[in-house]
Design a protein around this ligand. Structure first.
Ligand SMILES: NC(=O)c1ccc[n+]([C@@H]2O[C@H](COP(=O)([O-])OP(=O)(O)OC[C@H]3O[C@@H](n4cnc5c(N)ncnc54)[C@H](O)[C@@H]3O)[C@@H](O)[C@H]2O)c1
Length: 111
């Protein structure tokens, strides 16, 4: 089975940590990093060997098929990347992309 293609949204402290963990897994391939600050995305992608960096999750989604998206943005901006994921992130239609962050700061907003 080919490695899971991983995308990191947010190249801050947690994006760096998640990216380093994914980069060590033999069954994962760090495919792309995005951050509103493109330079941060490029720096983290270069550090971890990801082949692509983007300034928005929409651009990343459009350019790169992904199996897993790790949303590492501040709490108040979890919802938009999560909504992008819901519309179409996945490279494998049979296995939906997953995340390990709350989708929004409150349950009503997450719905
Ligand atoms: N830092 C910690 O020790 C820690 C621990 C546990 C949980 N968390 C959680 O992890 C999340 C991220 O925290 P952090 O400390 O890494 O924050 P951070 O400020 O270091 O990094 C967040 C990054 O997200 C980017 N960003 C913001 N909006 C974006 C968007 N729409 N698309 C793409 N990139 C965007 C910012 O430019 C920034 O580089 C938060 O929900 C925080 O509560 C952090």
């Amino acid at each position: 089975m080919p490695p899971l293609r991983i995308g990191i949204v947010g190249a801050g402290i947690m994006g760096d940590m998640h990216g380093r963990v994914f980069a060590r897994q033999s069954d994962c391939q760090l495919a792309a990093v995005c951050d509103l600050a493109l330079e941060k995305a490029q720096t983290l992608a270069g550090k971890l060997g990801a082949p692509a960096a983007f300034a928005s999750c929409e651009a990343m989604r459009a350019a790169t098929p992904l199996d897993v998206v790790s949303i590492c943005t501040p709490d108040s901006v979890h919802a938009a990347p999560a909504a992008s994921r819901a519309s179409r992130w996945t490279a494998r239609s049979a296995s939906p992309a997953s995340w390990r962050r709350s989708t929004a700061p409150s349950t009503p907003a997450g719905r």
